[in-house]
Design a protein around this ligand. Structure first.
Ligand code: FE2
Length: 444
């Protein structure tokens, strides 16, 4: 019986990720109806937990399945101890159950595990010019001696020494490589880097309000009419400053992308202000968010001179996307806004088919042209503390930019929250991207 589970497990996940809802659900129901063995192994527990998670998700966040999934994840931890995928899935289950505080704690545990027991071998860890520059500035601000880190930066910036292990033009431009391409003495420096605190708990009393007063009912009706609404001056000054300060010192910007750095929940981007803001948004905009719990969030920080392209054309697999720019307007020289189109990728597409970097600029520009011709384009200019709330799976892209870069607070910084699963669109607004033929630059 368990042989069927083993055999079906990967296939069911693939159906789930490809959004093949009916097929996936019928397979899961069949698998879960099979008799349970007296003694469940760790593998049995994690498979059962994941099947229940998927079932709960596919049935509109059905509580009983999700709660049963949680129990299985907990039992699995009792058998094998804390494990990365278990903590990630448990956090996601808790979000779907709207138990945000517990979910944030779970992601913090995952971030700590990622540090104490990294999922990739040290020598295979990615580093890049952007990551090094960022580490150097943050550590210097904390009073550390960064002379040795500066040596590594000089090393990977020199053409003679840089090894483009990924072999693509973007990695060449952004100086992305892996640790084992460095000489041993430089590898040692990285191995001995002291860990830094996550700074996720406030050291002052939690503010009463996180968002400024707005005409929320007008925002709701505009969103329902157009699928894209701009909210200026979203955060209170206090919240904005807390988020900026957190981002300036947080060690969670560990996800390396094409010229920018990402801070995700699994990296430790679980500052309690994020949770409070997400909850307040839901409370003030119930017609938009009800039935679409928070699913994921991140901060992206763009290194001046390296990340000026921003993020190319893509779509994010969720119901609602809220993107807020945090860097002060005085730091901006030009550009930096967002273009949101009206079309979405096909419903049954895997995330990495529409959430990735394109292989060539031409390929991307061709699709942008098509989107502009066949649908409406919302062009939103960059403004600090401006939020863009839009149907998340619509194609969108950054408008290239220039920001000052004297200090870390001047780098372009955006904060994104995704809520809910992709909704089924009733009108025919699907446009496909070419299937990816190489791995390496997914957006998340
Ligand atoms: Fe996006």
């Amino acid at each position: 019986m368990r042989a069927t589970w083993n055999e079906q497990y990967e296939k069911v996940w693939l159906d789930f990720l490809k959004n093949k809802k009916a097929l996936c659900l019928s397979k899961i129901k069949n698998l879960l109806s099979q008799p349970v063995p007296v003694q469940r192994t760790a593998d049995d527990l994690i498979m059962e937990a994941d099947f229940l998670y998927m079932q709960g998700a596919l049935e509109g966040n059905e509580e009983q399945s999700l709660k049963k999934a949680l129990i299985c994840y907990q039992l699995h931890e009792k058998v094998v101890g804390a494990e990365h995928n278990n903590l990630k899935m448990r956090g996601e289950t808790l979000l779907r159950l709207h138990r945000y505080e517990e979910a944030f704690n779970c992601f913090d545990r995952l971030a700590e595990l990622n540090i104490s027991n990294p999922p990739v071998l040290f020598e295979n860890k990615e580093i890049s010019q952007a990551w090094l520059e960022h580490e150097i500035i943050q550590r210097k601000n904390e009073g550390a001696d960064v002379t040795e880190l500066e040596k590594i930066l000089q090393f990977i910036c020199k053409d003679d020494f840089f090894v483009n292990i990924f072999g693509d033009a973007v990695s060449q431009r952004t100086r992305r490589t892996i640790i084992q391409t460095l000489p041993h003495d430089l590898q040692k420096i990285l191995q001995n880097l002291p860990q830094r605190p996550l700074y996720n708990k406030l050291s002052i009393p939690v503010p009463n309000n996180f968002l400024n007063n707005k005409d929320w009912s007008k925002i709701q009706s505009e969103y329902q009419r157009t699928g894209c609404v701009v909210i200026d001056d979203l955060f209170t000054t206090e919240t904005l400053n807390l988020l900026r300060k957190w981002a300036a010192q947080s060690p969670s910007f560990q996800t390396i992308r094409a010229g920018f750095l990402g801070a995700f929940p699994s990296n430790g981007a679980n500052f309690e202000i994020i949770r409070h803001s997400a909850e307040e948004l839901e409370r003030l905009l119930p017609e938009i968010f009800t039935g679409h719990p928070l699913g994921l969030w991140w901060f992206f920080k763009y290194i001046p001179g390296v990340g000026n392209e921003g993020i190319g054309l893509h779509a994010d697999p969720a119901a609602i996307n809220i993107n807020i720019w945090l860097t002060d307007d005085n730091a901006r020289e030009s550009g930096g806004g967002l273009e949101v189109y009206s079309h979405v990728p096909p419903q049954e597409a895997k995330v990495n088919e529409f959430n990735r970097e394109f292989n060539t600029k031409e390929e991307e520009l061709q699709l942008i042209e098509k989107l502009k011709q066949e649908g409406e384009t919302h062009t939103i200019e960059y403004k600090s503390n401006r939020a863009v709330l839009f149907t998340s799976d619509r194609y969108h892209r950054s408008i290239p930019f220039e920001f000052k870069g004297q200090n870390i607070e001047e780098w372009r910084l955006n904060f994104t929250l995704l809520y809910g699963d992709r909704i089924e669109h009733t009108t025919q607004m699907e446009i496909t991207t070419a299937a990816p033929d190489q791995e390496g630059w997914d957006l998340f």
